[in-house]
Design a protein around this ligand. Sequence first.
Ligand code: GTP
Ligand code: MG
Length: 274
Amino acid sequence: METNVQKRRDNKKSLRVKVISLGNAEVGKSCIIKRYCEKRFVPKYLATIGIDYGVTKVQVRDREIKVNIFDMAGHPFFYEVRNEFYKDSQGVVLVYDVGVRDSFSALDGWLGEMKQEMGSQANMDTIVFIVCANKVDLTKRRVVDEGEGRLWAESRGFHYFETSAQSGEGVTDMFQAFFSAITDMCENGGRRPAVSEVTAGFTKEQADTVRRIRNSKDSWDMLGVKPGATREEVNKAYRKLAVLLHPDKCVAPGSEDAFKAVVNARTSLLKNIK
Ligand code: GTP
Ligand code: MG
């Protein structure tokens, strides 16, 4: 009798999960996993052929988690092998290289491929996503800054970490947060706690506005008015953005810089409007 109770208690404490790594070729997916599991770094690039599989055990609070890791190949050539493995994942590590903009822009495409392969029944809300901005050790070649990466991640309810498989920076913290969020989700009946609503504390409109301002081509575009707009139109557009992005009200990553850029854009436009 006692043994059965003990067994049931042990069962509750142990958990099996499946996680996958996604991202363009050469961004460092395999190296991040190797750094975490084997505490070492391999500088030579050995492309993953199709898929690599490994198992590791981790402890989260009073639970032992058996993690099945499917490390995907990023090269388009391996699509046919990769597409089998999306189903039944509880967690996804989405990786990009902070020195290669294309690898950051490709993240939407990776989510798209995943959704497509999981089919129309797929529920992305029951999966924990963590975004790794990798190779932060190579500071001189960095082209995607923290604000931009964090905004992309957190506005989707994903976690964001800066990592270096080379130095180890951020890797253990990232995996601990990842496994802890997966455990929370399993204990929460399979629903992912919404990072965007609970911890991010900013709206989609604020996130989209910061992104739009970052990508605007000139001051007119930044304020969202037509070239040649009147002072009144410029001021009206400015006020709307100022309310949305004011540092007292908006905590979206990059919003402070966006707010300053809007102030400067208005000043320079008003100088030239009679
Ligand atoms: P595929 O398997 O082809 O999809 O690539 P991958 O994303 O698994 O890349 P991999 O881990 O094999 O790393 C690619 C190259 O980047 C290797 O030469 C690594 O040594 C290097 N690399 C990975 N992470 C880092 C990092 O954090 N810093 C630096 N400097 N180099 C890294
Ligand atoms: Mg690899």
